[in-house]
Design a protein around this ligand. Structure first.
Ligand code: HEM
Length: 381
């Protein structure tokens, strides 16, 4: 998605610099980890983290204006850490997590460096305060990921030694066992020609970066657009009410699949505010950017369109491997929010300043007012 400006980046934040043969064999190995069955397994994580997010939002749901963006980012971080590494980050509970701060500082340094050509040479960058902090953060991330890999490896070795005593308990987190990307990569690495520890760490770190900022931005822009289009928000909430029948229960994979209109809304939000703003194409004719209209993604309209006319996840063999994961996560988190709250955004589209950094984000966050929902508020919006 994004390549750090110079070859020293030991953390595989982007993928462009990975040579074709290495990329191809890794992609082949990773593709099965995004299988439908695996994603079904992750639904439980999406739900658990969405529920924590709701709990954290509750103190703000009293008519005051606040920025919802950091709440969404921390929820997405918790989700990616547990699904990619199978370990709990608790970014929503622990506001001082060194790991989370390192993730933010790396993103910030990467973009600042990209925009400052004089910092591109390593020998200069490494001598700056930002460069030293960047290296420190990279080391911190590597230590964390390496530790998790080593723990998982010894668990896996134990499990293969005592296959007949296999249990549903993962002793490292004391919870019902969920298989993370890392578990699947480690299993694949046992086969001949599998990935080395360093390559596994690179893949996991790539997931950590590609897999949370992007969805957090997508969710936040969707909240913004629904917050300024109350009539569309009501349609989303009606769909959710039909699916859940007013019962407060966990969203299942089946529920997520039934959120057809919400999916149209998410796709339309990604059209207007693509999380990844930098896929470059040359246009042969001018295009007119029009209004927020989720009907653009009604089945009949999609079928009538060229498949490459809309590519927020890019297209071709190097497209986004996580797009189904992303949609499932976005739908789950958004369904939790809009089942419980009506959202109002005070800013207008023309007033929101967009920053095209690693992902497209709003300069001043997404300022919202939440109102707890009941049937009456649904119809008075
Ligand atoms: C709204 C959410 C997301 C958007 C808009 C998005 C977008 C993209 C785009 C445009 C690319 C290709 C960039 C290029 O052509 O160079 C890409 C690649 C990638 N994405 Fe995503 N992404 C999202 C979420 C995710 C998630 C949740 C994951 C992982 C869990 C993920 C993992 C990856 C990986 C590993 C690649 C590199 C694929 C390869 O080179 O083979 N993405 N993403």
């Amino acid at each position: 998605m994004f390549q750090a400006p110079s070859g020293t980046c030991k953390l595989s934040v982007g993928t462009d610099h990975v040579p074709g043969t290495k990329w191809h064999s890794h992609r082949k190995m990773i593709t099965p980890t995004f299988h439908f069955k695996i994603l079904e397994n992750f639904q439980e994580v999406f739900v658990e983290k969405s529920e924590i997010m709701l709990k954290k939002l509750r103190p703000n749901a009293h008519g005051r204006v606040f920025d919802i963006y950091p709440f969404i980012t921390r929820c997405a971080l918790d989700i990616i850490c547990e699904t990619a590494m199978g370990t709990q980050l608790n970014a929503q509970e622990d506001m001082d997590s060194e790991y989370v701060n390192a993730v933010y500082d790396i993103s910030e340094a990467t973009i600042n460096r990209a925009l400052s050509p004089w910092l591109h040479p390593d020998f200069i960058f490494q001598r700056t305060k930002m460069g030293r902090r960047y290296q420190e953060c990279i080391q911190q991330l590597h230590r964390f990921t390496n530790k998790v890999i080593q723990e998982k490896k010894s668990l896996l070795a134990g499990a293969t030694r005592v296959t007949d005593q296999s249990s549903d308990e993962d002793t490292s987190i004391g919870k019902k066992k969920r298989r993370a990307f890392l578990d699947l990569l480690l299993e694949a690495s046992l086969q001949e020609g599998g990935l080395s520890d360093e390559e596994i760490r690179e893949e996991v770190d790539t997931f950590m970066f590609e897999g949370h900022d992007t969805t957090a931005a997508g969710i936040s822009w969707t909240i913004f657009l629904l917050g300024i289009h109350p009539e569309i928000q009501v349609r989303v909430q009606r769909e959710l009410d039909e699916i859940f029948q007013g019962v407060s229960r966990a969203a299942t994979m089946q529920d997520v699949q039934e959120m057809k209109y919400l999916e149209q809304v998410i796709k339309e939000s990604l059209r207007l505010y693509p999380s990844v703003p930098f896929i470059q194409r040359h246009l042969n004719q001018d295009i007119k950017l029009d209004q927020f209209n989720p009907d653009n993604f009604r089945l009949e309209n999609v079928q009538a369109r060229h498949p490459y006319a809309y590519i927020p996840f890019s297209a071709g063999p190097r497209n986004c491997i996580g797009q189904k994961f992303a949609l499932q996560e976005e739908k789950t988190i958004l369904s939790y929010l809009f089942r419980h709250y009506s959202v109002r955004c005070l800013d207008k589209m023309e007033d929101v300043v967009t920053l095209a950094e690693l992902v497209l984000r709003p300069e001043n966050g997404i300022r919202v007012v939440l109102t707890p929902r009941d049937k009456a508020s649904l119809h008075t919006l």
